[in-house]
Design a protein around this ligand. Structure first.
Ligand SMILES: Nc1ncnc2c1ncn2[C@@H]1O[C@H](COP(=O)(O)OP(=O)(O)OP(=O)(O)O)[C@@H](O)[C@H]1O
Ligand SMILES: [Mg+2]
Length: 336
């Protein structure tokens, strides 16, 4: 049986529509008018224990709203949700004991307390058996380097240290499911790498189910086996990371600015996405032509002022999906 399951999950937010002017304000008080925003529009998925899933989509797609329903913070407008065989909104307390949540932009640690004291408090709140607590602290301590700041008050920690401390806090009670909202946001490459490695080893050793929302493609590639992409509240892709990677992982974009008007480019395997004034945007596969060779070819005919090489982002992958580049696969684990 799936550990997380949703069926036709839908959430509408109700917004007050305020009419303009003083009469409008009075009228709104007497006869309130509402507008409804459908943030999540009938999403179905099933996630098995131990899966690592990237839950992604553009800004405003409905990711946070879905995660809030899965964690019981928000009540769905309609549809069904089951997490660990329970209804999150009804069994919020019992579910909290079985899941962990990490928000990249805020901390659940006590600001003025040393990290270690927060962990002690969590031990009591979650009634974590001493043996489990000690074993986890030792494992997380080694893998995340907690010792260097365990006695430091949270407000004195660097962003990377705080993130590591937060992740350990969310995992201390051995949750079966953990939700990460932008877990590596604002961190440098080394710190990101360390966190991804840690999450992979927790998943391997404890078979923890992990759900990520992130805009960082490297986070996804390195931590998730499965991707669920949503857009405008609906699911547009549900399948393996591998399929997305082999289709888009080799694509690159090159944005070039020339000293003069950009001339058309005729190089096999290189597609012109945009050509306007002195600017040119090309798309190519790094297997067809190495970027250095492409730049050399371009600079033979025209003087280059500026250039950037980009990897495809989530938005461009979604555009491709709409254009029919890749089909929505049936859920990998939908059969339970
Ligand atoms: N409390 C709220 N009241 C009204 N509308 C809301 C509320 N929260 C979110 N929305 C709207 O619901 C839609 C989905 O928002 P949500 O925060 O779930 O998106 P998201 O995918 O998490 O985006 P982001 O990548 O920016 O975090 C958006 O149109 C948003 O404006
Ligand atoms: Mg969000």
């Amino acid at each position: 049986m799936a550990i997380i399951e949703t069926e036709a999950l839908t959430k509408e937010y109700r917004l007050n529509v305020r009419a303009k002017g003083i009469f409008g304000a009075v009228k709104s008080l007497l006869i309130p008018e509402y507008r409804y925003v459908r943030a999540v529009d009938g999403i179905d998925f099933a996630i098995e224990k131990g899966e690592t899933v990237g839950f992604i989509g553009p800004n405003g797609a409905g990711k946070s709203t879905t995660v809030k329903m899965l964690t019981g913070i928000l009540m769905p407008t309609s549809g069904r949700i089951e997490v660990c065989g329970m209804n999150p909104a009804k069994d919020r307390k019992r579910i909290a004991a079985r899941m962990g949540v990490v928000f990249g932009q805020k901390t659940q640690l006590w600001w003025d307390l040393p990290v270690g004291d927060t962990y002690e408090l969590l031990r009591h709140i979650y009634r974590i058996p001493k043996a489990v607590y000690d074993r986890n602290l030792e494992m997380f301590g080694d893998l995340l380097g907690l010792q260097e700041f365990i006695r430091t008050p949270v407000r004195q920690l660097s962003l990377g240290q705080k993130m590591r401390a937060d992740i350990a806090a969310a995992l201390l009670h051995d949750p079966e499911i953990i939700f990460f909202d932008e877990p590596t946001i604002g961190l440098d490459v080394v710190a990101k790498e360390k966190i991804r490695e840690f999450l992979r080893s927790v998943n391997r050793e404890k078979n923890t189910t992990m759900l990520f929302t992130t805009h960082d493609m490297d986070d996804l590639e390195q931590t998730c086996k499965r991707l669920i992409i949503i857009d405008h509240g609906s699911k547009v892709y549900d399948g393996t990371m591998e399929a997305i990677k082999s289709r888009y992982g080799k694509d690159r974009f090159l944005a070039v600015e020339f000293a003069e008007k950009a001339e058309p480019v005729y190089i096999p395997g290189v597609e012109t996405v945009e050509r306007e004034g002195s600017k040119l945007r090309l798309r190519f596969s790094k297997d067809d032509i190495p970027v250095s060779q492409l730049i050399a070819r371009l600079s033979q005919t025209q003087a280059i002022v500026d250039l950037t090489v980009q990897e495809p982002d989530i938005e461009s992958i979604i555009r491709e999906i709409y254009l029919g580049g890749i089909r929505v696969e049936p859920s990998l684990s939908g059969v339970s």
